[in-house]
Design a protein around this ligand. Structure first.
Ligand SMILES: [Zn+2]
Length: 64
């Protein structure tokens, strides 16, 4: 699992999302449920929060 920092494009709420796949491959955006909006919203992928250098990068093999 990799931790990512996401931001709702509608209300600006920032949240940490743990994903088992490489969000960097999604082109910077992901469609997820926002607790503040109480609806599915487009979230900007602000970055990866892993501090040990294990952040996947775009173009890398998909991590399952
Ligand atoms: Zn929102």
């Amino acid at each position: 699992m990799t931790k990512w920092l996401l931001k709702c494009t509608v209300c600006g709420e920032e949240r940490v999302f743990e994903a088992g796949f490489n969000l960097a491959l999604l082109g910077g955006r992901v469609y997820l449920y926002c607790k503040r909006c109480k609806a599915n919203r487009v979230h900007l992928i602000l970055g990866c929060l892993e501090e040990d250098g294990s952040c996947p990068v775009a173009g890398a093999d998909v991590i399952d």
